[in-house]
Design a protein around this ligand. Structure first.
Ligand SMILES: *Cc1c(COP(=O)(O)O)cnc(C)c1O
Length: 341
């Protein structure tokens, strides 16, 4: 298939409309068959539950071209499972795993011309989401829902190499104990907007959120999990019920253990001990790992030995191995790569 005439290596991280999207509707207690459509606009009641009470959840994953020319997606079964967990917490119907995988295959095939070629660093970002669409004014869940998947080509996250980030300890909280921090819901992002704008205005790239109950333990950023490397090369990631279980982070922990032979630990991480780590990174689908060089705690700086010029050596190995697996340069664990074509 002919690819679209796009300067793949130079597109950024904005929304670019593609030709096709997938839609499925839920009413009378069941999902319809779902279909690929052209229309990118959604018409709904002014009183739709999503508009009034933010009943909406989403996922994010990427399709890309491997070294040998296949179009693949990375561990979509985990996105399906996470969307199901989000739906349960938000009183929404589960979109079945098989239907989810099918929707991903259909939408990628329909937008094949937008899947960037191998070697450009670009990929086709896939955004599955679901929202309550019927009118609701007394507070209760919707009973009609729409599930959609749109796609948008995104450029290499780090143009010209990954520069370490400077982040701040946020004075705002992201998620409450027993709240919704562990699901991928729009509401978690709505309340993070003021915090991120504040951080940016102060010259920081990101926020580090602490646990809301004691403000002594590391949770995550607005959209990425933390991964630390100890001075003796152990990988440590914070454990908490209010962290969103990042698929990238979970995959990196497996890569660290099974491919790099490193010790891995998921445990509570106190802010007090962060100064003792050798490296720090943020994990998520968008960048895989963004290195953190510096953390500002109300004026007091924690500077990692890896510095502000490049990724730390262990972070780099993790990054190279996982992206190698994704791009088909390194053999993947069973079931990690789903081929579409
Ligand atoms: C999506 C998300 C992540 C990253 O998850 P991945 O599955 O690795 O993309 C981390 N934290 C939050 C809050 C998120 O919403």
């Amino acid at each position: 298939m002919d690819k679209k005439n796009i300067d793949w290596s130079n597109i950024g991280f904005g929304y670019i409309k593609t030709d096709k999207r997938y839609v499925s509707n839920y009413s009378n207690g069941k999902w319809d068959d779902g279909q690929i459509i052209d229309d990118d606009m959604i018409t709904m009641s002014e009183c739709a539950c999503v508009l009034q009470y933010a009943q909406t959840i989403f996922e994010g994953l990427k399709a890309y071209t491997t070294k040998d020319g296949h179009i693949v997606v990375f561990r979509p079964d985990l996105n399906a499972e996470r969307l199901a967990n989000s739906a349960k917490r938000m009183e929404m119907p589960v979109f079945p795993v098989e239907k989810f995988i099918d929707s991903i295959e259909q939408v990628v095939r329909a937008n094949e011309a937008y899947v960037p070629p191998y070697g450009t660093g670009a990929s086709l970002y896939l955004r599955p989401y679901m929202f309550g669409i019927n009118p609701v004014i007394g507070v209760k869940p919707a009973d009609e829902f729409q599930y959609r998947v749109f796609t948008t080509p995104v450029g290499p996250y780090f143009k010209g190499g990954a520069k370490p980030l400077t982040i701040k300890i946020s004075d705002f909280d992201r998620a409450a104990p027993k709240g919704t921090g562990y699901i991928k819901a729009g509401l978690n992002y709505a309340m993070s907007l003021h915090a991120i704008v504040t951080a940016h205005n102060e010259g920081f790239d990101e926020n580090m959120y602490l646990d809301a109950a004691t403000r002594t333990k590391v949770e995550e950023t607005g959209g990425a999990n933390f991964l630390f490397v100890t001075k003796d090369n152990k990988i440590v990631t914070p454990k908490s019920d209010s962290i969103l279980p990042s698929i990238t982070r979970r995959s990196l922990m497996t890569v660290a253990k099974d491919y790099l032979g490193l010790e891995v630990e998921e445990r509570e991480v106190y802010l007090d001990e962060v100064k003792d780590f050798a490296e720090c990174g943020l994990c998520g689908t968008a960048a895989v790992i963004s290195p953190v060089g510096k953390i500002n705690n109300h004026g007091e700086e924690i500077c990692f030995p890896s510095g502000m010029d490049e990724m730390g050596p262990v972070t780099k190995k993790l990054y190279d191995t996982l992206t190698g697996i994704q791009m088909g340069r390194i053999e993947a664990p069973e079931g990690w790569i789903k081929t579409i074509d």
